[in-house]
Design a protein around this ligand. Structure first.
Ligand code: ADP
Ligand code: MG
Length: 404
């Protein structure tokens, strides 16, 4: 069912190292020792991600293609033989959160719900997981659409899989993390983010079929082609995002129902016009058109990458943005401005990434144009009166792994 890096979770992970990460892991282990008085059993890492193409397709049984960032959530963890669960994050104020692994209930709030939800999901699936001491430290921007939440879940799951010898496959860990976020935290996300954090490989984008979770590691050699993928964190997060996400899902389900298919993934591009003609609601029609064309764009990007034509994917990224802006209506002025300014300064393609209504965008640029594109975006933001965006290159990194 799954290929590539879907071997049993745990041990050495999916390969590759990020410069400086061993030093960071030691610091996290030292902080654990200060906090809990003993050395941790180990230190694990799980990355944030950007999605190259395939947006709002993962709840339509469609295709996505994320890549892992060098930015990671690190977790120093020791297993406990009692049921005490002690959780601490260097990145949030407040001290250690103490819970009991045997009486966790969905609805326990706050940031600790993410790691606690993972323990709850593992136990709910029948795995023997008792308590643990956990200390976290992250350099994944939070709430920027780069999936700090999935990184937090997956690092917790991988540490538990190792320490309690659970013998789970990586895609199974991703599923349990999604369940933790859906049910325990209460966020109705798809399967992309957790799979990216668990399964990505260095130097590759991960093609994921969200229907059967079949995976393919697709070479994504930016440096070899003299390219850069810039991530632009707009710094904005529009509050309407959560409710709008839910209604997008509903409209997609309505469309699938009206067309008599299990999910919109089942509508092929060749049949799209015929399908759209069957839909009376113009909003549903636009939503369906986005999903069908976006799935086709993913497949086209994969084909071009596998044919070594990475330089030609830019227009597909830009077309994806137009579709998200006009048909799916999940962009916002700041994201549109990034795309417009980047393209104006010579980017080969640009699009919002993640669910939308703020968060981040990506721009594919020639190495030599990277500074000019970053400058153009920054200036456009200043002119429009927006706060300064945070811009950094995405280097396709490895999925979750044990560091110490
Ligand atoms: P995103 O996944 O796009 O970053 P989310 O809203 O899905 O945004 O998840 C962000 C939440 O995840 C934070 O509000 C916090 O509860 C939790 N979180 C992320 N990183 C950390 C961290 N390093 N320490 C504690 N909690 C974190
Ligand atoms: Mg998230």
């Amino acid at each position: 069912m799954t290929g590539g890096t879907s071997g049993t979770a745990g041990t050495s992970g999916t390969g590759g190292t990020v410069p400086g990460e061993t030093a960071r892991a030691r610091q996290v282990a030292d902080a654990f020792r200060e906090l809990y008085g003993t050395a941790p059993d180990g230190v694990w890492a799980a990355p944030g991600r950007v999605n190259l193409i395939g947006e709002h397709t993962d709840y339509n049984d469609g295709f996505v293609m994320p890549l892992a960032l060098p930015n990671t959530v690190l977790a120093a963890v020791s297993r406990r033989d009692d049921d005490l669960l002690r959780l601490h994050s260097a990145d949030v104020p407040g001290g250690v959160v103490e819970l009991r692994a045997d009486v966790l209930e969905p609805g326990d709030g706050g940031w600790a719900a993410y790691p606690a939800g993972v323990v709850w999901a593992l136990r709910g699936a029948g795995h023997r997981v008792t308590g643990a001491d956990v200390h976290l430290a992250s350099d994944v921007p939070v709430g920027a659409g780069l999936s700090s939440s999935a990184a937090l879940e997956v690092v917790t799951a991988l540490a538990c899989a190792d320490l309690f010898d659970l013998g789970l496959l990586r895609w199974q860990l991703a599923r349990l993390c999604q369940r933790a976020e859906n049910v325990y935290v209460g966020v109705p996300c798809g399967i992309m983010d957790q799979t990216a954090a668990a399964c990505c490989a260095e130097g590759h984008a991960l093609h994921l079929d969200t229907r059967d979770l079949a995976q393919r590691q697709v070479p994504f050699d930016l440096a070899g082609a003299g390219l850069r993928l810039l991530v632009v964190d707009t710094g904005v997060r529009h509050a309407l995002g959560d409710g709008e996400y839910a209604t997008r899902r509903e409209r997609c389900e309505e469309g699938a129902h009206a067309l008599g298919v299990q999910a919109l993934r089942d509508v092929a591009l060749e049949r799209m016009d015929e399908a759209l003609a069957q839909l009376s609601d113009p909003v549903v029609r636009r939503r369906v058109r986005h999903v069908v064309t976006e799935n086709a764009r993913v497949e086209e990007v994969v084909a071009r990458l596998e044919a070594g034509r990475i330089r030609t994917i830019g227009p597909l990224l830009t077309a994806g943005h137009s579709s998200l802006r006009d048909d799916f209506e999940v962009s916002c002025p700041e994201l549109d401005l990034v795309v417009e300014a980047a393209l104006g300064a010579g980017a080969l393609g640009a699009r919002m990434t993640g669910a939308g209504f703020g968060g981040s965008a990506i721009a594919l640029v020639d190495e030599g144009d990277a500074d000019a594109v970053a400058k153009a975006v920054t200036e456009a933001f200043a002119t429009a009166g927006h706060g300064a965006p945070r811009i950094f290159p995405a280097v396709p990194a490895a999925g979750a792994r044990r560091l110490l």
